[in-house]
Design a protein around this ligand. Sequence first.
Ligand SMILES: Cc1cc2nc3c(=O)[nH]c(=O)nc-3n(C[C@H](O)[C@H](O)[C@H](O)COP(=O)(O)OP(=O)(O)OC[C@H]3O[C@@H](n4cnc5c(N)ncnc54)[C@H](O)[C@@H]3O)c2cc1C
Length: 233
Amino acid sequence: MRFELTEDQAMIQDAARKFADDRLKPHAASWDEEKHFPVDVLKESAAMGFAGIYTREDVGGSGLSRVDAALIFEQLSRGCVSTAAFISIHNMVSWMIDTWGDEDQRQRWLPKLTAMDMIGSYCLTEPGSGSDAASLRTKAVRDGDDYVLNGAKAFISGAGASDLYIVMCRTGGDGPKGVSAIVVEKDSRGCLLAPTKRRWAGIPSPPPWCHSKTAACPRRTVWAKRAKASCSP
Ligand SMILES: Cc1cc2nc3c(=O)[nH]c(=O)nc-3n(C[C@H](O)[C@H](O)[C@H](O)COP(=O)(O)OP(=O)(O)OC[C@H]3O[C@@H](n4cnc5c(N)ncnc54)[C@H](O)[C@@H]3O)c2cc1C
């Protein structure tokens, strides 16, 4: 099978390579050393269209394909692996809201996410389930206008720095079909970020994230369409 990049893809690849060489590579070692989370450079990456690579254009996304995204992440990784990986996670968040959110939710969050005016985290992993995402135990129970979340998450990249968290949680029975995704904005009532010494290079990732406390989310911030439990980072 022959696989050749289109002219556009070659240009996208070049642009990502240049960004990695100029803006990531010179700083990667010191960011790791100093445990620095480079929000300013994340915003610069958004200006390049890298915060919503395969998110639709009407909300500020780039409307590109997954192959285009892979080309970009490959180049960004040459400059700084952890920053590239975090950008890929942020893209998953943008994509989930673009794909499964309703129009109000898309308009509310995506223009900010695609500009990195909001930073997004993806919260699947739990201390007890790890790779076995379909066994996750964080529960969301409806309580009037709220959902009340109870559970613990671990290894959540960006936790503490992010503004918005997509939390995979159980609203139904056992197995993957009982899993939903709920958007929790930072500072939602009851959320606790446990202090941690562990970090992933410069990317904050305190385990556990939501520490067996209740997080009541106003109905408007909640969406409960089914999420695929298999899309772990
Ligand atoms: C740097 C970093 C950043 C991360 N960021 C995020 C994030 O932003 N959001 C998030 O949700 N998660 C994140 N994670 C978590 C990551 O997705 C998990 O580490 C991953 O799901 C594996 O879980 P675990 O570490 O508990 O390993 P385990 O599930 O304990 O697995 C350990 C090993 O056993 C193997 N194994 C497991 N089950 C089976 C089986 N049934 N059969 C055969 N082999 C098996 C696995 O392949 C693995 O090699 C991050 C992890 C790291 C290291």
